[in-house]
Design a protein around this ligand. Structure first.
Ligand code: HEM
Length: 447
């Protein structure tokens, strides 16, 4: 026996646009309140039927089934920036790209970037002075961007083309945020100044990336950067390679997906550490004992369990991606519930990672909770900072390694104190970033 979800209990609708106002004003608070209504909470966004899933089994069911549940409409706006890259493509196009890109992200290959990550972090620390006030989020964004540029193009972030690309991404992220605030009700082709600025930035980014691709093809240079690996990748079944347009889409995708998320992870981690000096102390003790004052390498990571627990717990409380959206392409079911074609399905890391049924004291920062036994008994679909199913983050290994290496390099040498009274506001857009940055005072640790 199946049941229509519209019969389920739901938050009251106060306006003709359904729940759009509540969702637009305070998405995290609103979705958290929705959790109390049940396993599937029917919502309406304008005319679009929608639901929030809070049952881990349903979440798993949807994330596993990429053919029935495709990326949602709001997310598809990203295509204007990323084209048909891995993050936005669907169907056969996605499958063949994933096959091409998967070996490029094999842990053995990714490990080669560990040294670059530590070297760039160390370079940044050379410029830090005891007692300075920093926006640590801006620092982390610059650092992870420089790392991803080096790993993709083997160029420095100050090189002309990479500057253009970085600027375009910044303009694009602001544009998406303003779209979200307007609930995507303003069309992107409308000649408003911000739309024109956005289109110009994308055009400049395209020109810069195509130039980098053409330079690489002409020079025939073989490096171990991601661009070279993607250019050489050949589909095992069809023997096809990526053309320039697809390479452009893939590279733009990796830059966007690959730097802001990791920067957010670290920014939120710094905030939590400074709010919990006892955790900061314990972390430092582990780093001192294992690294003995040396820079970390990937071989050290398995000997830094507390460092890994700190990152896991930080991604629980502040998931860098806080909401995943899907759309049902046909009439279907989730569990025993009927889902009509066109329904938007919302799955929120923020809501699940703070679920009191699975996490005792859910609001408390407690890295120690991440024991092996705790993880083993946690149902799938409760903790999923990198998503799940076939469309799970391809950069998961890269990101986990980067977050741990950067944290270990910095926390060994500096402690972070929040500047009192500075507002730290989580802004859930494509990623969960601190709206006004995070102002901190940095303190050099004396040896
Ligand atoms: C802490 C850092 C990161 C987090 C939390 C994160 C999170 C995610 C999530 C949740 C998804 C799935 C979205 C969905 O199902 O709708 C995803 C997909 C993806 N991520 Fe990440 N990501 C991170 C870092 C990275 C890095 C470093 C890269 C690349 C260098 C990357 C590249 C991608 C790509 C290409 C996809 C699309 C995969 C596909 O659909 O086949 N991400 N990421």
């Amino acid at each position: 026996m199946t049941q229509d979800i519209v019969e389920l209990s739901a938050p009251p609708i106060n306006s003709i646009v359904g729940h759009l106002v509540e969702l637009g004003e305070d998405p995290l608070g609103f979705l958290t309140r929705c959790r109390d209504y049940g396993d599937i909470v029917p919502l309406r966004l304008g005319l679009t039927p929608c639901c929030l899933l809070t049952n881990p089994e349903y979440i798993e069911e949807v994330l596993k089934n990429r053919e029935t549940f495709i990326k949602s409409r709001g997310f598809r706006v990203l295509k204007t920036l990323l084209g048909e890259g891995l993050l936005t493509a669907e169907g056969e196009s996605w499958l063949s790209q994933r096959r091409l890109a998967q070996p490029v992200f094999h842990q053995r290959r990714i490990n080669e970037y560990g040294e670059t990550m530590v070297e760039y972090t160390n370079r940044m620390l050379q410029t830090w002075q005891d007692g300075e006030v920093h926006d640590i989020h801006a620092d982390m964004m610059r650092l992870t961007l420089a790392i991803v540029m080096k790993c993709i193009f083997n160029t420095d972030v100050d090189a002309g083309e990479t500057k253009v690309v970085a600027n375009a991404l910044d303009v694009a992220m602001h544009w998406f945020e303003s779209k979200r605030r307007q609930n995507f009700l303003v069309w992107e082709w409308f000649p408003r100044p911000e739309n024109i600025r956005y289109r110009d930035a994308v055009a400049q980014m395209d020109a810069a990336i195509y130039q980098l691709i053409s330079d690489r093809r002409q020079s025939g240079e073989k490096t171990n950067d991601l661009l070279s690996m993607l250019m050489e990748a050949r589909d095992e079944e069809t023997q096809e390679q990526m053309d320039d347009k697809l390479l452009r889409d893939e590279v733009a995708t990796l830059m966007l997906a690959g730097h802001e998320t990791t920067a957010n992870t670290l920014s939120w981690t710094w905030m939590l550490l400074s709010q919990h000096p006892e955790v900061q102390e314990k972390l430092l003790a582990e780093l001192n004992q294992v690294l003995q004052g040396n820079l970390p390498t990937i071989q050290d990571l398995s000997r830094l369990p507390y460092t890994q627990q700190v990152i896991k717990e930080s991604m629980r409380l502040y998931p860098p991606v806080s909401l995943i959206g899907r759309e049902a392409v046909q009439d279907t079911t989730i569990g025993d519930y009927e889902i009509a074609q066109g329904t938007t399905i919302m799955i929120s890391q923020w809501v699940m990672h703070r679920h009191p049924q699975y996490f005792p004291d859910p609001e408390v920062f407690q890295p120690e909770r991440w024991t092996e036994e705790f993880e083993k008994q946690l149902p799938r679909g409760v903790y999923f900072p990198f998503g799940d199913g076939p469309r799970i983050c391809i950069g998961k290994g890269f990101a986990q390694m980067e977050a741990a290496l950067l944290l270990a390099t910095i926390a060994q040498r500096f402690q972070i104190e929040l500047v009192p009274g500075f507002p730290i506001i989580p802004q859930p857009s494509i990623t969960l970033r601190p709206e006004y940055g995070i102002k901190v005072k940095i303190k050099q640790i004396s040896n």
